[in-house]
Design a protein around this ligand. Structure first.
Ligand code: XMP
Length: 328
């Protein structure tokens, strides 16, 4: 059994200790948690649920999630003792980013809207005693480096903490852990593999993987392409080797030919990286056979929306630095 870094105890002991700590801190109070499906907040939710406290989780579906993702999160927690409120906020998020192409502006608008939706839901719930979040040890170090003092991790790193919700304190059940330890605890708690092994996913989601203007049509085209990519990576048994991989929909179009007809679709890019800490990364040397299959499937299977599909697929061979992992 693996010994965790802080404190030097086993994963099982860590779980027990956290449960006791949560019970002592929260008592009969209500805890509110923004649940995105990421492993950190999912494990936090699971620990709080195991502790038997009154827990309400809010899943804000901003419409920028990957294919089936909102349902996967709901299914993962279907048998857990917690209240899960899913907010279908796709339309209002799409309205917010309509006509916006600049990445930082997208992030800012999405972050602000996220907080607004979260606050609205919190108001409906009434009294909230504690906010919980999935801060992990690397977040603590990063914020210490930034400010010289430990700051609170903001939801999705962009919007900051909700200001209008009054609460007694913050609960961070995985604060002492590194990511691999959170994953280990996730498996022990019995969360499904698609949560335990979930790749890092940016808070603004696919909105920053649709380069340029974000529309429902373009998001749907990307969702399909990304799904095919993930399927093929898994089929090749590479999903546990590569740390992060995803498709990007560029705003460039290119001429192609399909069934003897000229096409003029978007160019999709595939990204796959290996990284220890997300600070530096190397592009993954994917086998050509896998790339070939993904490219063939994407160009033939992705249904055009608004008359535009994907006519060409390219592979990103940029390390970080000089590139970032995400394109925006
Ligand atoms: P970059 O693109 O900066 O990404 O090399 C490093 C890691 O961070 C993820 N990422 C985000 N995560 N909110 C997040 O929670 C964000 O706004 C965000 N932007 C990038 C990215 O997927 C990669 O794992």
């Amino acid at each position: 059994m693996k010994v965790l870094r802080i404190p030097q105890i086993s994963a099982e002991e860590y779980i027990e200790k956290q449960i006791v700590k949560i019970r002592e801190t929260v008592g009969g109070g209500r805890v509110l948690l923004a649940l995105s499906g990421g492993v950190d907040c999912s494990v936090s939710a699971a620990l709080l649920s195991k502790a038997g406290v009154k827990l309400t989780c809010i899943l804000v579906d901003h419409g920028f999630m990957r294919k089936n993702e909102a349902n996967e999160v709901k299914n993962a927690f279907a048998d857990w003792d917690l209240e899960l409120i899913t907010v279908d906020a796709e339309e209002r998020f799409l309205a917010k980013v309509k006509g916006v192409s600049e990445p930082e502006q997208k992030r800012k608008l999405i972050g602000e809207e996220f907080i607004r939706v979260f606050e609205e839901q919190a108001k409906k719930i009434g009294v909230v005693d504690f906010l919980a979040q999935g801060t992990i040890y690397t977040d603590v170090i990063e914020s210490e480096n930034k400010d010289g003092k430990a700051a609170v991790k903001s939801h999705h790193n962009v919007g900051g903490l909700p200001e209008s919700i009054k609460f007694k304190g913050i609960i961070e059940p995985v604060r002492e852990l590194y990511k691999n330890e959170v994953r280990e605890i996730s498996a022990i708690l019995g969360l499904p593999d698609y949560i335990t092994k979930r790749q890092p996913f940016p808070g603004p989601g696919l909105a920053i993987r649709v380069i340029g203007e974000v529309t429902k049509e373009r998001l749907d085209v990307l969702r399909d392409a990304d799904y095919i990519y993930r399927e093929e990576i898994a089929a090749a048994g590479l999903n546990t080797d590569i740390n992060q991989y995803f498709a990007v929909l560029t705003d460039m179009r290119s001429v192609g030919v399909k069934d003897g007809m000229r096409t003029y679709g978007y160019i999709a890019a595939l990204r796959a990286v290996n990284t220890v800490d997300l600070v530096t990364a190397r592009f993954a040397r994917l086998p050509y056979e896998v790339l070939e299959k993904v490219s063939a499937r994407i160009t033939s299977e992705v249904v055009p929306r608004g008359g535009i599909g994907i006519s060409r697929v390219v592979y990103d061979i940029t390390d970080k630095p000089p590139g970032t992992i995400e394109w925006e």
